[in-house]
Design a protein around this ligand. Structure first.
Ligand code: MG
Length: 384
């Protein structure tokens, strides 16, 4: 029996993780649940899964939940509660499904206490990848990716000599706007952006998928997770989203990972690894599918992917600044403050104004993150 903590249990990955747990009651037990502020959903989850610990990042929401759950459950509030929960000895595996840079602190606490981490968040690796990976190595904490592409690459590389790797083919469905007329992008609505053709996801990642920044973040994430340079990561548009990524070796052999488009598949593997468990999830039917298609990404149409590659080559604090500027822009877009089409321009301006710090320590990261957020907010305000 594995005791599991889910940070971000009310989001899309969190709910899918609970669904996997629900199907394997003899394998997994929920020990801790943490959410930002959605206490209605969290309350239902508590009643069904009976965790020992609960954390609500939003203090006020936490206090009102406390009244409802009584004293049987150890309830923490605020960001610091996350760090406390992940350290508990009763927890074997931490599922990190919070979105954004806020995941970095709890990720480092989980690593420091030697926990196995099933990682769905990409921002923490993007902004502090070298620090996270070297700490995980030192503390012997395993990081198992949940993100479908990283899970695919990880599975394709299993048992292989990494020195024989020639290139990673990182697949992208292309997002909801792949075939939309270019002139329409200016007036694109929030609703259209949220309508992803293949995946049902949270708000932040839906916007990132529409700009292809999500793929850019994944390039950075793969760089750190697998210890390869950006020149060895190639993005390929694959609209059917059946191949979740491929790895090409120097002898010309390519290994791909395929499955139906259901996040519960990579989530389940991240929970059960190294074991594989039988399930009743959808299967790929090649007779129905008939063909798989591929395209080169259009960097003019999706400048965010170009910016992410640029940050990957620049290294240092550039990926952190790219991420922070993007997070602020996405929030503003969701609030209706800026147009969809203005996102890449703002991020590029912030990157241009940034003074890069090579080999950053954790404080350099937090500093660059704070600077980039202020700078981005200032730019947006002046655009008025
Ligand atoms: Mg992905």
């Amino acid at each position: 029996m594995k005791n599991i903590a889910i940070l971000g249990s009310t989001g899309s990955i969190g709910r899918n993780t609970l669904d996997v747990v629900r199907h394997f009651p003899g394998k997994f037990k929920i020990t801790a649940l943490a959410a930002h502020s959605n206490i209605e959903v969290l309350f239902k989850q508590i009643k069904e899964f009976h965790p020992v610990f609960v954390c609500v990042a939003d203090k006020e929401a936490g206090i009102s939940l406390k009244r409802r759950v009584g004293s049987k459950i150890k309830l923490f509030t605020g960001e610091s509660g996350l760090g406390q929960i992940v350290k508990d000895k009763g927890i074997d595996k931490v599922v990190l499904a919070i979105s954004g840079a806020d995941a970095l602190r709890p990720l480092l606490s989980a690593i420091d206490s030697g926990k196995e981490v099933a990682l769905a968040n990409k921002e923490a690796l993007v902004i502090a990848g070298s620090i996270v990976m070297s700490r995980a190595f030192k503390k012997k904490a395993k990081i198992i990716p949940i993100d479908s592409e990283q899970s695919a690459i990880w599975q394709c590389l299993a048992g292989e000599d990494k020195n024989a790797l020639r290139v990673i083919h990182l697949t992208a469905s292309g997002g909801p706007l792949r075939e939309l007329d270019k002139n329409r992008l200016k007036s694109i609505s929030l609703k259209e952006v949220m309508k992803h053709p293949r995946w049902k996801m949270g708000k932040k990642i839906s916007v990132d998928s529409a700009t292809l920044m999500n793929k850019g973040l994944e390039v950075l994430e793969a760089m750190y997770l697998f210890g390869v340079g950006p020149e060895k990561i190639k993005v390929v548009i694959h609209p059917e989203a059946i191949i979740h990524s491929m790895v090409e070796f120097m002898d010309g052999t390519i290994i791909a990972q395929l499955s139906a488009t259901d996040m519960r598949i990579p989530i389940q593997y991240a929970l059960s690894y190294p074991e594989r468990l039988a399930n009743k999830l959808a299967r790929v039917d090649f007779y129905k599918l008939q063909r798989l298609s591929f395209q080169e990404p259009d960097l003019k149409r999706f400048p965010c992917l170009r910016l992410a590659y640029q940050a990957a080559y620049d290294g240092g604090t550039a990926p952190c600044v790219l991420n922070a500027a993007n997070e602020v822009c996405v929030e503003e877009f969701l609030r209706g403050g800026i147009n969809f089409i203005s996102l890449p321009g703002i991020i590029e301006r912030v990157l241009e104004r940034h003074k890069n710090t090579g080999k950053p320590g954790i404080n350099d990261i937090y500093h660059a993150d704070g600077w980039a957020r202020q700078e981005t907010k200032g730019l947006i305000r002046r655009m008025g």
